[in-house]
Design a protein around this ligand. Structure first.
Ligand code: SF4
Length: 291
C-alpha cells in the first residue's frame, strides 16, 4: 500500500473515531428525527413527485422532453416511493447544522483559521438527498463565506439544474472549511483538523448519495489514493463510522476541472455520473441524458 494511502486511511479512521463522542449526543436527536420523519413521510413523497424538470441548459443546452407529463405522474421508478419513505432528518437537523457552522466560523484548529476571510461551513437543505462535496473554498467563497459561488460554482449550479433540482434542495460543502492560501492543495494536518466538521454534517443530513467533486474529495472520503479516473463512473461506499450504514458515493470531476477541460467528452462523463445518481435516487433522468 502506498505510504500516502496508509496515512490517509489512518487519518480518516482516527477522525471518524473522534466523532464518536459527538455521535452519542446525536443518538437522542436521531430518535426524534425518525419519529418526525415518519410523521412527514408524505412531504418526502411529494418531493419526489414534484421534481423540477425545467432545465434551461446543461453545459451547452440539453432539453428535457416530456417533462410536463412527468410533473403530474406518479414516481417513475417504483423504488422511488420506497426510498421517499426512508426516514430523514427533522427540523432539528437545521439547528444542528447551524451549530456546526457556528463552530466553523470561530474555528482556529489549523493555520487556515488565521488566513481566511470567512469560514465556509456549507449550505443547503438539512433534508437533502444529495450532498455535493468539494475540496476547499476558493477566493470567491472565502470572500462570501458560501461554498461554490465562483465560476466553478456557477457550473455546479447548472449541473444541479440539469438534474431537475434546485441548489437549495441539495447540500453543498467542502472537505476544508477555510481557503488555503493561493488555492494550494490542502495539507494532511489541515484535513485531519477539519474533517470532523464534514463528518458531523453528513451524520446530521444522512444523504442517500454523496457526490464527491474531484480527486481530493473522493480520496479523502474513501480513504484511498486511487485516481479520479479510477473512482468515477461507478458507485463507491462512504463509511460514516462503525455500526452505521454506508452511503453511496459517486465521484466525478470537479467543476473547476471541467472548466479547464471544457470538452464534450469531459461533460459527457460528468453527465453519465449524474445520470447514475438520479437513477439511484429514483428520480427522472432528463431525456438528453438517456443516450
Ligand atoms: S480549515 Fe477547518 S480546522 Fe482549519 S481553521 Fe478552518 S474550520 Fe478550523
Amino acid at each position: 500500500m502506498p505510504k500516502g494511502a496508509s496515512f490517509r486511511g489512518a487519518l480518516f479512521s482516527f477522525a471518524a473515531a473522534a466523532t464518536k463522542t459527538q455521535s452519542l449526543f446525536f443518538v437522542a436527536s436521531a430518535m426524534r428525527r425518525q419519529y418526525n420523519a415518519r410523521m412527514s413521510k408524505e412531504v418526502d413523497t411529494d418531493k419526489v413527485v414534484r421534481q423540477h424538470l425545467e432545465m434551461e441548459g446543461f453545459f451547452t443546452g440539453y432539453v428535457i422532453r416530456g417533462a410536463k407529463a412527468r410533473e403530474s405522474a406518479e414516481p417513475l421508478h417504483p423504488e422511488s416511493q420506497e426510498k421517499a419513505s426512508i426516514p430523514g432528518p427533522s427540523s432539528n437537523a437545521a439547528e444542528e447544522l447551524e451549530a456546526i457552522a457556528a463552530e466553523v466560523r470561530r474555528c482556529c484548529k489549523c493555520g487556515l483559521g488565521a488566513t481566511r476571510t470567512h469560514g465556509v461551513p456549507g449550505e443547503g437543505s438539512p433534508n437533502a438527498r444529495i450532498m455535493f462535496i468539494g475540496e476547499a473554498p476558493g477566493a470567491d467563497e472565502d470572500a462570501q463565506g458560501r461554498p461554490f459561488v465562483g465560476r466553478a460554482g456557477q457550473l455546479l449550479d447548472k449541473i444541479i439544474a440539469a438534474c431537475g433540482l434546485k441548489r437549495e434542495e441539495v447540500y453543498i460543502a467542502n472537505i476544508l472549511k477555510c481557503r488555503p492560501p493561493d488555492n494550494r492543495d490542502p495539507r494532511e494536518d489541515e484535513v485531519f483538523s477539519c474533517l470532523p466538521y464534514l463528518q458531523r454534517q453528513i451524520e446530521v443530513i444522512r444523504p442517500q448519495v454523496i457526490v464527491a467533486l474531484g480527486a481530493h474529495a473522493a480520496r479523502t472520503l474513501l480513504g484511498t489514493e486511487k485516481s479520479i479516473g479510477q473512482l468515477r463512473g461507478q458507485f463507491q461506499e462512504y463509511s460514516p463510522g462503525l455500526g452505521q450504514p454506508t452511503i453511496r458515493l459517486m465521484a466525478t470531476y470537479h467543476p473547476a476541472y471541467i472548466l479547464r477541460n471544457y470538452t464534450p467528452d469531459t461533460r459527457r462523463r460528468v453527465w453519465e455520473d449524474m445520470k447514475k445518481v438520479l437513477v439511484e435516487l429514483g428520480l427522472p433522468v432528463p431525456d438528453r441524458g438517456k443516450g
